[in-house]
Design a protein around this ligand. Structure first.
Ligand SMILES: Nc1nc2c(ncn2[C@@H]2O[C@H](COP(=O)(O)OP(=O)(O)OP(=O)(O)O)[C@@H](O)[C@H]2O)c(=O)[nH]1
Ligand SMILES: [Mg+2]
Length: 324
């Protein structure tokens, strides 16, 4: 889903300035076209042009903002859940409704004043309506100030959401620092941050493996600590990706025991409960003690175990082909 396309939302004063600047420009164009008629007729034409410019600017700005928002009802389950965790969806709908209200209201309101100005018989009356319109149009726009503020905060939150596509997806899971991002970097062209300390990955990294007509999306999840009760923002994202995006999970097991063998098996057991297909990749075999790797191979026979990235990659492509 493309969340970068959501437009930056400015303050009410910004949109007021924008509309009034357009109005002045349009009025200058009309003036320079050498108007005919009496002073009253000329003044009416200029004021009506300005009102129409304000209506158009505000309603099209609101329309563009609304349209740049993702379709909240048509989102995938992963995004629906992600949005629900991090954004007040009820308020988001209300605020978008606020923008839509202004989009319609500013036009009706403008038409009302255009009619009033058309009926005026002298310049003071036109000026009175002009002043009244400006004041009331500004306060109309100010009425959605809190909606604009809320939507801009929501946009900032959404920008931190990962961009996940709908295709065959493999999630890479495991404890922190076990080598998940390293595996992603070796299998795809992605360049995730890799550091020798836990919790390097702070969001979801994606990478793509393409072979002929096959394409696999990999999601490198941040290391989880197997604690469903007190998950942080990052762990929630990892949890949702595993639940709603993964067609298959690659569980990375670190035989050098950055985290104990027992804990790593415990997390694997939790992940098994999701009911997804799982493959195990044993990382760091180049530096691990041989017994540690053997120990693991012996005790985990029910789930296929891979020590070589090439073998794991071949198997994933085979499964992806079957899923087509
Ligand atoms: N020797 C060796 N080091 C590895 C291997 N895989 C990963 N590492 C090292 O282990 C450390 C952690 O690797 P990452 O790929 O960042 O681990 P991660 O699981 O993504 O960590 P988090 O994002 O913090 O959960 C880095 O210093 C890597 O270079 C491997 O196969 N062999
Ligand atoms: Mg990582």
């Amino acid at each position: 889903m493309d969340l970068d396309g959501v437009k930056k939302i400015e303050s009410a004063d910004f949109y007021i300035d924008l509309a009034f600047r357009h109005a002045t420009k349009e009025a200058n164009d009309v003036r320079s076209a050498k108007l005919k008629g009496t002073r009253e007729e000329k003044s009416k034409k200029i004021e009506i042009t300005k009102i129409m410019a304000i209506s158009d600017t505000i309603s099209s700005a609101m329309m563009k903002l609304i349209q740049s928002y993702p379709d909240l009802d048509g989102m995938t389950e992963f995004y629906k859940k992600l949005f629900r965790v991090f954004i007040d969806m009820k308020q988001m709908k209300l605020s978008l409704g606020g923008l839509n209200w202004l989009r319609e209201k500013i036009v009706l309101f403008g038409n009302d004043y255009i009619k009033k100005i058309r009926r005026c018989e002298d310049l003071p009356a036109i000026n009175r309506y002009r002043k009244e319109y400006y004041g009331r149009a500004s306060s109309l726009i100010h009425r959605i100030e809190s909606d604009l503020k809320f939507l801009e905060e929501a946009r900032k939150t959404m920008r931190q959401f990962p961009s996940i596509k709908s295709m065959f997806t493999v999630c890479i899971a495991g404890f922190p620092n076990v080598g998940k991002s390293t595996l992603l970097a070796k299998m795809t062209s992605a360049k995730p941050e890799i550091k020798n300390y836990a919790f390097t990955t702070k969001g979801l990294n994606t990478g793509y493996l393409k072979k002929a007509y096959l394409k696999i999306q990999f999601i490198d999840t941040p290391g989880t600590l197997n604690r469903a009760d007190k998950m942080n923002v990052v762990e929630v994202q990892a949890d949702l990706a595993l639940k709603y995006c993964a067609d298959l999970i690659v569980y990375v097991f670190d035989p050098t025991e950055t985290y104990s063998y027992k804990d790593q098996v415990k997390l694997l057991e939790t992940i098994k409960k999701l009911g997804k297909d799982i493959l195990i990749y044993v990382s760091k075999t180049d530096i691990a003690k041989e017994e540690a790797v053997d120990h693991f191979l012996d005790s985990r026979r029910k789930i296929p175990v891979y020590l070589e990235i090439e073998d794991l990659q071949k198997e994933l492509l085979k499964i992806c082909r079957k899923n087509l």
